[in-house]
Design a protein around this ligand. Structure first.
Ligand SMILES: [Mg+2]
Length: 165
């Protein structure tokens, strides 16, 4: 199986209901933040996500946040939800996942990684032998904008380097 393919693909995190989690033997979740739990850099998830997080807790599902975003962004977000977190994770590098797995103290076969990006969230989860679940990004427009922004940044840096020789 390709490292880029998720085991499962859903629209939103809250499509993982009680039955789904039980059926797939999932006892813990490693959650991405931006475009998985909320829109990019939004300090709060919406009502449906909050309800879903409560459902997970009530069913004894362990939760942890694993984000490539900064400590400054991730800490207040995780704190407001009462969740443990690993920020600046450098996904798809294994290190962050391994820290998250350690904190969850759950067998790997019972842990699923949830995220909106194949090249970071899913690839990293697959590399670590965890179940992987792709969700659709909350804000597609913003995503395209960010991608475009990165391309522009790349071009700027290229010409910057050229000028500096
Ligand atoms: Mg994301």
């Amino acid at each position: 199986m390709s490292l880029f393919y998720p085991d499962m693909a859903l629209k939103r995190v809250y499509d993982m209901d009680c039955e789904f989690l039980e059926k797939h033997d999932i006892k813990a979740l490693i959650l991405d933040v931006d475009n998985t739990l909320t829109t990019h850099n939004n300090p709060l998830p919406d009502e449906l996500v909050l309800k879903w997080l409560d459902m997970c807790r009530q069913n004894g599902i362990k939760l942890i946040i694993l984000s490539n975003n900064t400590y400054k962004r991730v800490k207040p977000f995780a704190d407001s939800l009462g969740l443990d977190f690993v920020s600046d994770a450098l996904k798809p590098k294994r290190t962050g996942y391994e820290r998250a797995v350690q904190k969850l103290d759950t067998a790997k076969e019972n842990i699923a990684v949830v995220g909106d990006q194949l090249l970071t969230d899913i690839m990293g989860g697959n590399r670590c032998g965890l179940k992987t679940i792709l969700v659709e990004p909350f804000d597609l427009k913003e995503n395209v904008f960010i991608l475009l922004k990165r391309q522009i940044e790349k071009l700027i840096m290229l010409s910057y380097k050229k000028r500096r020789g």
